[in-house]
Design a protein. Sequence first.
Lengths: 292, 242, 343
Amino acid sequence: MADIVQTAILGLALGGVYALMGAGLSLVFGVMRIVNLAHPSLIMAGAYIAYWAFRLAGVDPLLILPVAAAILAGTGVLLYKLVFEREARSAKYSEMTVLLTFALAMVMEGLLGTVFTNTQRVTSPDYATDAFFIADVFIPKGQLYAGMVSLGIISALALFLKHSRFGYPIRATTQNREAAELLGVNVNLVSLASFAIGVGLAGAAGALVSFVFSFFPSKHWEWIVILMSLVVLGGMGSIFGTVLAAFILSVLAAFVGFYVGAVWSTLTFFVALFVVLLVRPQGLFGEKPELA
Amino acid sequence: MSGLLEVTDLVAGYGNGPAILNGARLSVRPGEVHCVIGPNGAGKSTLLKAIVGMLPIRAGDVRFKGESLKGLRPDQALRRGICLVPQERALFPAMTVRENLRMGGYSIPDKAELERRIDGIEERFPILRERRGQRAGTLSGGQQQTLAMARTMILKPEIVMFDEPSLGLAPKVVAEVFGIMKLMAAEGITIVLVEQNALMGLKHADRGIVLDLGKTLLEAPADEVLRDPRIGELYLGGRSEA
Amino acid sequence: MAEFGASEVVAARRARDSGLAGTVDKTRSAWFPLTLLAALLLLPALQFAGNYNYLIHLTLFTAMYVVMASGWNILGGFTGYISLGHIVFFAIGGYFAGMVFARMGISTIVLAPFAGLLAGLVGYMIGLITLRVRGPSFIISSLALVMIARILFENWHFVGGAAGVALPANDLPAEWAKLPYYYAFVAMAAFATWASYRIKHSKFGLGLRAISKDEIKAESAGIDTRFHKVLAFAISAFFVGMAGAVWGEYLTYIRPNIFLVVLMSVNMVLMCILGGKGTIAGPALGTVLIVAFNEIFVATLGASEINVLATGIIMMVSLMFYPLGIVGTLARRGKLPRILNWD
């Protein structure tokens, strides 16, 4: 019994982190129909910012989080202007942008690898290796804090989308880009803003990831498939769906890891991605199979 | 002659692909219903998209009240009073009916004014008031089209352009759609309509425009177009009697 | 108002339709690829004049990638299904032939066609599943395939897990040791290029190209799209698997981190995109350029991270500015030199 509770708790804690990692990806897909394969490599960049801030100046990753988010959001603006704005009218847009973001992921990996080498890193504030104990069950502090911060950020995002003046056009563009444009929404500006927010969320996620997982530049390939499984299961573009999928799959992966073997734990996400793509491509909350 | 909206020798296409429109012309007269007909791929939808700025204009001109719309974005064309209802209705499926109407007035900065106008629309279309809290994606096809059309009226536009509004609707619902269009015309809104079903479209229109191979072949009163034997042969399946 | 007659309009439509269909260039040349092949067959004679092992290695390596890129092109270029996971078939071919070679001593060159068939069979089965989705979904599923295969191979003890299996080297003198593999790869490259040509101009290839233009229309025109796609997947896997088979014996080991690298998978895609996907000469031209480029980069700068960076940049630039690739862009502008028109 204790094993089951323990495994579930570890799964849930990781789910919180995965949720934030996937949220930005989902937002960008929803608004722009871009499957941003470079998202995990941008998370990686956020993780390096947190890592070096901690190592050089001893700044807590949770404090550096807004800075990482801001830097990455700025990067997002730049990337949008340089790369994605001109692709918006391309005939084979969705396929083109997948290849482009794939290439961008390689550029990011190459840059990070050149600057920081492929050494494995992890940020180690005190809480990262500490835990709360409740009877026989332990809750790792680092993952708990990361999960809580992550859910806090996602809630703020949801409130922003639902109620703010800028949330309306973002939601409208997500649901029907052409109609939004025809009703006077400047969809290009909305795209720019959502892309910046999405990449900013990658930066924030990176700060959390930096003390939850060990990382090195080429690890982003593994993350991309994990995150895609969340986003696809949740229904492309549905942030709520992504969060729910993050919890479901993380708990599932935790159980597979515990009962079958640690190496098979990640495989859970990959296989889930396959199964969902083929059985229910629109995911849990997708309106229709947008991707197919 | 100079109409409300004048399209002259328009050349336009998608991305860097071939030109779909190749010298299209259109003269829109205030207060009338215009129906553009032509075969698949003639460039009918492309024409509407180019007018509101969804596609760049490669050559030729679009003038609204004597002023060129060239290079404007759709939101800028909208502010001047030209509104396009694209194919397949164009609602926000996960938003409620009321939210959809509110999006219709997205370009109106004055919130109180917007609410007043939405109330006015709901008065005229009671079904929309009845369903105001329902998600638009769950409405029936006819209700969705009603919502899409009513939504354009919030902005009190001068010209509304419809891209195949009858697509995929049951005949009875189609009649309703044309009824709403009549209502809009009666309020002085100028209408440009693209219809695959040429016979039906022309019957409800004042003017008929024939587009083929990206060029305007004929612009004339709708009943004249209906009677034209060439049109009968080319587009109405040989049945020229109207 | 313009005057027009019904018959003129019908004639104009017909003229437009035939104009769209009639863009096939008649200036193809067969002599150039054939001369190239003859030169490649004679190249090893240089060994009599000195040590040209490096040149032989580089040409062999290029020929291998021509096989892979041409194979990929059948699915990605003709059919329009972008797979980022074709390296999986390289690994299947490599592991099958490598294991049989290690246990029974049969040369991988002999085994290559069978390795290709096995890869094709696996490709057929995977295609049955993944080709049900299109566009980004398909691309992502192909990427997931690499990750799954990597975990499976790393944990499969029979094939040595992450450490892989060492294979015996042949006992030819150093200057001739590479030659069997060299000829094997050159022959495969020629075969892959010839087969691409035949497929592209067959009725089957026409079906593939119709799918790439508009799958729904192709289906309503009576093309069995599912069969076409899955078979194209299998054929392209066949070529990639065949290349993988011989590569293991040449390297003298098979190992997941050599046979299941995302960068190699990307290279196939990039070579086709850069050269011009959907064309016959494109994959070959792209391969020559990318291999040359990699070689210069690694030789001058050394670090593989920089190679990843540079590969990413080339891919971005060619996608953004020349999405049709070199051959496609030149052909569109009517400036394609005759020697590059193999279509």
